[in-house]
Ligand binder design. Sequence first.
Ligand code: HEC
Ligand code: HEC
Length: 465
Amino acid sequence: MNLRLSVGAVGVCLIFSGAAIAALPGEGPRLGTDRITQDDVEFGGMTLFELRQQGLRMFSTPFNKQDGYGDGPINPADTTTPGGRPTLQNNGTFLRVNGLDGQTCLECHSIVSNASVPAKLGIGGVGGSVTNAMAGPTHIDVDDEDQVGFASYDGRFINPPFLFGSGGVELLGKEMTIELQALKAQAEANPGVDVALITKGVDFGVIRFVGGALDTSDVMGVDDDLVVRPFGRKGEFPTVRAFDVGAMAFHFGMQSTEAVGVDVDDDGDGVVNEIMTGELSALVIFNTNLERPFKNSLSNKAKKGRALFRTIGCADCHIPILKTNSTILTYSFPEIPADPAANVYYDVDLSEAPTNFNETPNGGLKVNLFADLKRHDLGLALAETAGGALDQVFTTARLWGVADTAPYMHDGRALTIGEAIDMHAGEALNARNNFAALPNNQKAQLLTFLLSLRTPNNPAAGLVE
Ligand code: HEC
Ligand code: HEC
């Protein structure tokens, strides 16, 4: 208890000395005083390019304590949630395990291609395993004291995916949510009747209204609220905005006003309004307007591989193309997950630059993501040991860009695509076994096809040279 009190006292000291230091060169907040507001975003007449520039700034500014970096004094009642976490060896700045692990978003999202040597770096890419986030552990048995044959760990260990094309993914998710909500309303209007939850060809099971309540026991691969959540490897976040608010808090202890309130110093670090609504809006607009991945023109060998990808069952989950009804991605604040059409403040046409998604004849977009935005049980061997109900369940990895994004699987345990395929079990066991049974020339065809799925050459084109 004494320790905790003294740590709190050190925190207070830092804040007092910080105010005096802030006036010295290089010691003030990196975000400066010229900060973008939600009014600027909505009514300021800013172009998409200018908004993306502001978002890039949020993504790549190395926050310091004057900006609000870090949590405040330890919260003895809850030492694992952002806001009151301890720092490692009482260093006063970072914890690394369980967040306070970087200074910018860019640090972890910075590899555009690992296919070349040296790797090609750029904005919004994947991270190597050194940048894995380690969420929520309280026990890491590094030297296998428990003698179980491995280092047990009770948190989540997750490898950073890229953000390319995420606007198209978010639009798909929102349209699917709207359709699922309509199917739910249909079930409520027809008590006792089974309603199939199929949207864009993806089957989320069946819902029915019985005894005055919704029966969701046959709903699969989506939460019972029927909100599609494409983001996060377990599919926990419906929008990039929802994800980014948490990312700011987890990685940097940067609290958003929309999470804690305006002029509220929720973490007690002496700084209020660490991330404001307009800043998050710019960040989200930037994240969702990075270039999308693309496909090389296919050799004959790759075309054969594409056919095999379907026949052996990979495409059951990794659906090559999902189509949107509209080309317009809308942005909402505040967001209502079950009602993506509410509170829209801005929109972009994703068929135009910089995303340039191809259009369908029906006025929508082709999103070549190779996924179904659905969760699947991939078997015990891949399970995380966080102890939650979702331990061995992951949202289908999107395979666009897969040629460039090693390491693979949620924690980067597969160093090659072949290893990743081999690690599929559970619902994907048949497809995995089908692949394993192919003769080598056909395995080569399938891998050649996957190696044609590339990340964009210049994802933040125009913003940086
Ligand atoms: C320490 C490394 C690290 C830092 C710093 C970091 N990220 Fe991430 N990011 C990750 C990991 C790991 C995941 C996968 C998380 C999950 O599955 O829940 C991820 C996932 C994401 C996703 C979801 C992608 C998807 O398709 O599911 C978004 C969006 C994102 N990060 C944005 C950001 C933003 C914005 C910042 C800065 C505020 C940021 N990240 C900082 C490691 C990092
Ligand atoms: C039942 C659904 C399902 C089927 C069938 C399936 N996959 Fe997957 N696949 C997933 C999920 C879920 C993940 C993410 C696993 C994780 O995050 O650990 C994944 C991950 C991958 C990855 C790693 C991608 C990355 O970026 O980490 C590759 C490569 C892959 N699958 C290829 C295939 C191939 C090839 C087949 C056919 C032999 C196939 N998958 C069949 C669900 C499936």
